[in-house]
Design a protein around this ligand. Structure first.
Ligand code: 3HC
Length: 311
């Protein structure tokens, strides 16, 4: 019976066994993974846009080449995650339709504008840093294809984080104007980066079930805390100030206490009313429509090959 199947499934998860595409799984487990993995893939693809804004204006050929490599990596992460999600029975076209119609979410962080070159440094340092913190936990996710995708993606993310931090270092140790740009970028990206970890555990409707199924291994607040504790010393090394007057080391907790996130802003951005939501979605829809002829040509060619193979 389904009851017995569910119990056997949960026993497998509790015994730390990986669930693979062909294994029986509760439909809600399947749907939860499709939701999270497709939104993760959407985030990677939409995440290419803020940085793409600086490709033509990178301050040197080296910076342009490094940024180009990072953006290409993000595209690859997206395609990798779409493929991993397809193993659960949803098609690529369905996922694109969910993104383009506004039905699917993607990480709030990508709805903020990149106003100066220092933003490229802050994104690598903070956004990829937060993504790594979240994704290292996901390497231990119970669903095989997702966990394995994370192992490869985390390796590339650490390069992204290092190049971002190096940009911040260069500017923080540069002219007064460069220092100011680096501090301004930190001021604008700090709090949105903390929002990447999701709502507080007390307001996280998906967490309990996700943790039971070992999709989520550490809670939103635990991972956020880990990120803050790792990043504060890095900001100190840059001699840049984190924009939070309540940020202080708590000797008892052996962790930093920090201020309250603006959850009204978070909800607004997730709902679609952030600074760049409409622009980001339009860019994706235009790119998809503009690329239709390429997909049609590739499909026509593939069909011809199939027919040739049959003759
Ligand atoms: N932006 C947008 N939506 C968010 C969000 C954020 N920062 N944080 C939470 N949400 C959404 C959740 O998706 C959920 O909505 P849904 O049920 O419609 O999907 C709702 O808010 C409630 O949040 P929960 O904590 O209950 O939901 P989850 O258990 O799914 O936890 C999460 C949220 C921690 C983001 C989890 O989904 C997750 O770990 N996702 C995979 C990692 C990911 O997507 N990272 C962000 C992308 S950064 C990146 O990869 C690019 C990098 O290379 C630069």
């Amino acid at each position: 019976t389904d009851e017995e199947l569910e119990i056997a499934f949960q026993n497998k998860v509790d015994a730390e066994q990986r669930i693979e595409p062909k294994d029986w799984m509760p439909d809600r487990y399947r749907q939860t993974l499709i939701r999270q993995m497709s939104q993760h893939a959407h985030s990677e693809i939409v995440g290419m846009l803020p940085e793409g804004n600086w490709l033509t204006r990178a301050p040197s050929l080296k910076r342009k080449a490094v940024l180009m490599a990072k953006i290409q990596d993000e595209g690859g992460h997206g395609l990798y995650l779409y493929s991993a999600t397809e193993t659960l029975g949803i098609s690529r076209d369905e996922m694109y339709e969910q993104l383009h119609s506004g039905k699917a979410k993607y990480s709030s962080i990508f709805n903020y504008p990149t106003l100066t070159w220092a933003d490229v440094g802050a994104i690598g340092w903070l956004v990829d840093g937060a993504a790594i913190t979240n994704q290292i936990a996901l390497c231990r996710c119970s669903y095989g294809p997702y966990a394995r995708a994370m192992v490869k993606i985390c390796k590339e993310e650490s390069f992204h984080q290092r190049q971002g931090y190096e940009i911040m270092m260069t500017m923080a140790q540069g002219t007064a104007e460069q220092r100011e740009m680096a501090q301004d970028a930190l001021n604008r990206w700090w709090w949105p980066s903390l929002m990447m970890f999701g709502p507080n555990d007390t307001n996280s409707p998906q967490s309990a079930q996700s943790m039971k199924w070992k999709i989520k291994r550490q809670s939103n607040d635990e991972l956020r805390q880990k990120f803050v504790d790792a990043t504060v010393p890095q900001a100190k090394f840059l001699n840049l100030r984190i924009p939070d007057d309540d940020l202080v080391w708590n000797e008892e907790r052996k962790a930093h206490d920090f201020g309250e996130i603006d959850w009204v802003e978070f909800k607004n951005v997730v709902k679609g009313n952030g600074l760049c939501n409409r622009e980001r979605l339009k860019a994706r829809v235009d790119a998809h429509d503009g690329g239709k002829w390429v997909r049609d040509a590739a499909l026509a060619y593939a069909n011809k090959q199939k027919l040739r193979a049959v003759d």
